[in-house]
Design a protein around this ligand. Structure first.
Ligand SMILES: Nc1ncnc2c1ncn2[C@@H]1O[C@H](COP(=O)(O)OP(=O)(O)O)[C@@H](O)[C@H]1O
Ligand SMILES: [Mg+2]
Length: 287
């Protein structure tokens, strides 16, 4: 019954009936991407979202939509509300007001953080959070099992597709030759790519990245841009970033860039368009 020589044979109990039929072995999340209704072309929709901290409006009637499959760059000065926006999308912060929808029908304001993650939203925080004491490949394995519960973990161990998915992801994030090293020994840029790989193991429909290039060397920054460009088509992405060369590498000449300031959208368009926008020049780029 056990085809993986690395894994000892376990005397497994019968799978709970509802689980054994529900695609545990495919390691999908509770809501498979197909259940996110993107028939209108939108993966994420925020309308008039407001968040106040002691009367200060960190988000002020923020309205924004991300197309399914899009890689959207968000720029804006410190304090513009970019991280707060991600906190709202992921359920960390409840908005005072406004709509937040994943696809047409999933109301994220009614869900908690784990449910939102299971629905298909992955989030990359600024600091890399990898399991430093574990080898690189094991970080990917653990990420695949995360949140799946006891039974699913056992099943995942036996799944013969798991190894293939880990190898695929290692190649994608350019860490094949580092697979056996401890994650703690990686460079900052490699750790960041590993964490993105860990998020990918969960097969997110939408990936949120908050200043992923911060603290990276120029080379690492361009490797990251290359990785995100290669992820196009795999998932939709929202990338908050200050580094304008990085933004240029992601947006190209046609990609849309959203400029936030004071809790709302200040401008939206191609990078060239927003760079030429008078309000943007005044409030941000031309400081
Ligand atoms: N938990 C919080 N409590 C009070 N104020 C906050 C909190 N989180 C963010 N803010 C404030 O909200 C504003 C927006 O912050 P943030 O979303 O982190 O901006 P950005 O990510 O664009 O730099 C800032 O003025 C910040 O000080
Ligand atoms: Mg921030």
């Amino acid at each position: 019954m056990n085809e993986n020589p690395m894994v000892p044979d376990l005397d497994l109990p019968e799978a709970p009936a509802e689980r054994s039929l529900s695609g545990v072995a495919s390691m999908g999340h509770a809501v498979v991407p197909g259940e996110i209704d993107t028939s209108h072309g939108t993966i994420l929709y925020l309308e008039d979202v407001t968040v106040s901290f002691d009367g200060f409006r960190a988000l002020n009637t923020l309205t924004l939509a991300i197309d399914a499959g899009e890689l959207r760059c968000i720029i804006g000065p410190n304090g513009a509300g970019k991280t707060t926006m991600m906190d709202v999308i992921t359920g960390k912060t409840a908005p005072d007001d406004g709509k937040v929808f994943l696809g047409q029908s999933i109301d994220l304001t009614r869900m908690n953080e784990p449910a939102i993650a299971r629905a298909g939203i992955g989030r990359k925080f600024q600091k890399p959070t990898v399991f430093e004491q574990h080898p690189v490949w094991e970080n990917l394995e653990l990420a695949m099992k995360a949140d799946k519960g006891w039974w699913a973990s056992l099943r995942a161990r036996l799944d013969r597709d798991a190894q293939a998915r880990i190898e695929e992801t290692l190649a994608l994030i350019g860490l094949e030759s580092e697979a056996l090293r401890l994650a703690g020994e990686l460079s900052h840029g490699q750790k960041q790519r590993l964490e993105i790989g860990m998020l990918l193991m969960q097969q997110p429909a939408l990936l949120l990245l908050d200043e992923p290039a911060a603290g990276m060397t120029d080379d690492e920054t361009m490797q990251l841009a290359d990785l995100l460009n290669r992820l196009r088509g795999t998932c939709s992405m929202m990338v908050v970033e200050h580094d304008m060369e990085f933004v240029a590498a992601l947006a190209g000449t046609t990609g849309k860039v959203t400029v936030m300031a004071e809790g709302r959208v200040l401008a939206h368009g191609t990078l060239d368009e927003v760079k030429r926008d008078e309000t943007v020049i005044e409030s941000y780029l031309g400081r």
